[in-house]
Design a protein around this ligand. Sequence first.
Ligand code: ATP
Length: 199
Amino acid sequence: MYVKSLTLKGFKSFASATHLGLEPGITCIVGPNGSGKSNVVDALAWVMGEQGAKSLRGGKMEDVIFAGTAGRAPLGRAEVSMTIDNTDGALPIDYTEVTIRRTMFRGGSSEYAINGTSCRLLDIQELLSDSGIGREMHVIVGQGQLDAVLRATPEERRGFIEEAAGVLKHRKRKERALRKLETMEVNLARVADLTTEIR
Ligand code: ATP
């Protein structure tokens, strides 16, 4: 499994559609200061479901949309597509190529798609977490973050390992199931009250 390509359109400084074809192995992005190298990494994090504006070096989520320059008007939406080569079947989906797309409109609404079919953010997060990459984004180490990883507490370190091992998805599912169970118990108590009242 490797990232085969990335297409940015209206994302941060990439106003026009920009397609980056990648090869297996190590990719280096070089360029002058402020040319958009970190924006490419932000696009990767964003398309994989990143929800924190701060992690994307912005004040609010809408800051990912091209804000305009002296010669070009702001755009109304940002879109990033990432194509993953899945010939080794690392992603649990029946396709040898998987394209994840995330779109955000000014006003805040978002759309997600897997291979052109609309889906929920959760579907993308679950698909990726099976491969060890996921929403906690521990696979992306930004400038200055290496220090934070080295200083992590044993609990935080355990979190990194759990995500890499794909355990986090099951932990989240368990949390959701427990929340549903709590609601169910409240409902059951209410039914018991009503039954007593009726008798
Ligand atoms: P350095 O080498 O200094 O780390 P870099 O190549 O990583 O720089 P980035 O941080 O990726 O550069 O890009 C910064 C540029 O992106 C700035 O010029 C900034 O104005 C521009 N930029 C960021 N967000 C937006 C946006 N929403 N709309 C337009 N331009 C943006």
